[in-house]
Ligand binder design. Structure first.
Ligand code: FE2
Length: 284
């Protein structure tokens, strides 16, 4: 296991304080008082099973209905783990639940939700997702969220451990040469002969409980561990603080796939960055 210390847990955090103390400084934080909505009946497993059992999910080549996923996650053991991960797009799969989930402190400044951002640029980010999990399931890899997005996760059912590592520790995780946001290190059983620098890594560890929201700033390495039946909501964010990071990552991917058009991404980054800044200055 890894060296770890605790994260800030804040109640009554204003939007301004959230920006100044955490977003601007690229520091994670747990918001303990913003998730009353998770206790709505609409997020109970009975409601989800009875209204959305038509949904199917394929995990490791096998197809499961939503009821099967929920029951397998409830029965999951160390020896017989539930299929994982089980990710559902809220807008596509549970459109009626969209209005139940409030925007948190970012409000109108999430550029991924803006009509001014072309859909093909936002395509590979997570707009709004629900994840189910069971005892002893863990996210497969230590990773940075794709395209330099911030992530905000709200725990709905169960407890989930998060392990977060600051971006300046990247060398300890031996990032994959091609998929630079993925690490081969298993933090729960690290091979220190193969990855000796990992012993220097220091994590922030927190256990997220129902109704609590974790903010993970862009570029932070992270993974999770689950101790019981779990349902989590996640949303990605791009705002003025990670706009350049996001567009630079998108540029690298565009350069690989559409080399002739990639230079336009740089122009778009500068022009739209200014337009978004001006719009948000009025809105906020
Ligand atoms: Fe992630």
């Amino acid at each position: 296991m890894t060296n770890a210390f605790e994260i800030d847990r804040r109640e009554g955090l204003s939007k301004k304080e959230f920006y100044n103390s955490y977003v601007k400084k690229s520091l994670p934080v747990v918001l303990t008082d913003k998730g009353e909505w998770v206790w709505s009946d609409k997020f109970s497993t009975d409601y989800l099973k009875s209204h959305y059992n038509h949904l199917t999910r394929t995990v490791n080549g096998k197809s499961y209905s939503l009821s099967e996923i929920i029951e397998l996650c409830k029965k999951s053991t160390k020896e017989n783990k539930a299929p994982y991960p089980n990710i559902y797009d809220v807008k596509r799969d549970f459109p009626e639940l969209l209005n139940e989930i409030p925007e948190l402190l970012y409000g109108k400044s999430n550029r991924l939700q803006s009509k001014m951002l072309p859909r093909f640029i936002a395509k590979y980010t997570n707009k709004r997702e629900l994840f189910f999990g069971g005892k002893d399931c863990s996210f497969p890899t230590l990773h940075i969220d794709y395209l330099g997005v911030h992530t905000q996760l709200t725990q709905i059912i169960g407890d989930k451990d998060f392990y977060l590592y600051s971006p300046d520790q990247s060398a300890c995780f031996y990032p994959d040469k091609i998929r630079r946001n993925q690490s081969p290190v298993n933090i729960f059983d690290p091979d220190l002969e193969k990855y000796p620098l990992f012993k220097n890594a220091v994590a922030i560890k927190t256990t997220l409980k129902p109704g609590e929201t974790l903010f993970i700033p862009a570029g932070w390495w992270h993974t999770t561990y689950i101790h019981n039946f779990n349902l989590t909501y996640a949303i990605d964010h791009v705002n003025s603080f990670n706009w350049n990071f996001f567009m630079d990552e998108y540029y690298l991917s565009a350069k690989k796939n559409y080399p002739k058009l990639a230079s336009l991404v740089k122009v778009y980054k500068v022009i739209m960055g200014k337009i978004f800044n001006a719009k948000e200055a009025i809105l906020n």
